[in-house]
Design a protein around this ligand. Structure first.
Ligand SMILES: C[S@@+](CC[C@H](N)C(=O)[O-])C[C@H]1O[C@@H](n2cnc3c(N)ncnc32)[C@H](O)[C@@H]1O
Length: 287
């Protein structure tokens, strides 16, 4: 059907619509971003094995404006004298914001930044021998073209004894569980080819390869009240983002299922309707 929203296609359908959705999603946060960024800190080990006399090497995939990266780097600097940090992100604007953050923070002086404005796909095409002690992808794997290939490439660039850290919506609650429900009812083809990917997909990738890992879950509160206001433009882009489906309000069946799920999994606080995004962070070690 022409114009029919395709479940699990938002950035692929329209980058503009995705960005509008992301902006209203960020605005709907009731949990401060700097506080939620700190949740990655506890999982990062104090010391990472690296050859004596060399910098600790970190690779960040889709680092965005660098908030989560900097939390991780600061933790590592407590025990390591210097860190080499390679940043992969296709967005010029994100890299600009990240650089500004670094300029203002003198505690990151011992980090050597290597900026690469490109997608993970472009980056992994240029084969390199550099191995990293920590490779992370925080809220990015929804957007890479090939989920499995990205994990495989990340794993390959990891040094022995190195760690891979991934954060995504959990499949067990909140948004991730909503995606599985939507997919069950309206999905077509291979879910992993869409943006409806969760931490469960990463766990499965690791389990298949007998790779051991630890996980931690963190909740972020999102005020979704606007989604329940008929004809609210803000609410409709927010619902797009929550369902990862462009123009979802144009398809009554999908819209009503999503709203019903969200409503029955949220709590009303004054004039707010609080829905939770449940982030699972996975830390795997390469032995
Ligand atoms: C939701 S943000 C997450 C940023 C950061 N990791 C954080 O947790 O705050 C997703 C980032 O992935 C980047 N991105 C989008 N597609 C990508 C791709 N194919 N490869 C690498 N990064 C990508 C975007 O530019 C954006 O900065």
């Amino acid at each position: 059907m022409a114009g029919m929203a395709k479940v699990g296609r938002l950035i692929k359908y329209s980058v503009e619509r995705y960005l509008a959705g992301f902006t209203s999603f960020a605005a709907a946060f009731e949990t401060r971003k700097d506080i939620s960024d700190r949740s990655y800190e506890s999982l990062v080990p104090d010391t990472l094995p690296c050859e004596p006399g060399t910098d600790l090497r970190v690779l960040g995939i889709g680092s965005g404006s660098g908030g989560a990266d900097c939390v991780i780097l600061k933790k590592l600097l407590q025990r390591h004298d210097s860190v080499y940090n390679r940043v992969i992100d296709p967005s010029e604007d994100m890299i600009k914001q990240y650089k500004a953050l670094v300029r203002e923070d003198s505690s990151l002086g011992a980090v050597k930044f290597d900026w690469r404005q490109q997608t993970a796909e472009e980056y992994f095409q240029t084969k390199e021998d550099t191995k990293f002690n920590l490779i992370h992808a925080i809220h990015v794997l929804y957007n890479v073209e090939d989920h499995d290939a990205t994990l495989r490439n990340m794993w390959e660039q990891l040094a022995d004894g190195g760690y891979m850290m991934i954060a995504m919506e959990s499949d067990k609650r909140g948004m991730g569980k909503l995606w599985y429900k939507l997919w069950e009812e309206f999905g077509q083809g291979d879910r992993l080819k869409t943006e409806l990917r969760t931490s469960g997909d990463v766990r499965q990738w690791l389990d298949t390869r007998n790779i051991s890992y630890v996980t931690s879950v963190n909740e972020r509160n999102i005020n979704v009240a606007e989604c329940f206001h008929e004809h609210s433009k803000e609410g409709s882009v927010l619902l797009d983002f929550l369902t990862k489906t462009a123009y979802v309000t144009d398809v009554p069946e999908i819209k009503s299922m999503a709203l019903k799920y969200i409503r029955s999994n949220s709590s009303v606080v004054d004039d707010k309707i609080i829905f939770q995004s449940s982030i699972e962070t996975i830390l795997a070690i390469k032995n």
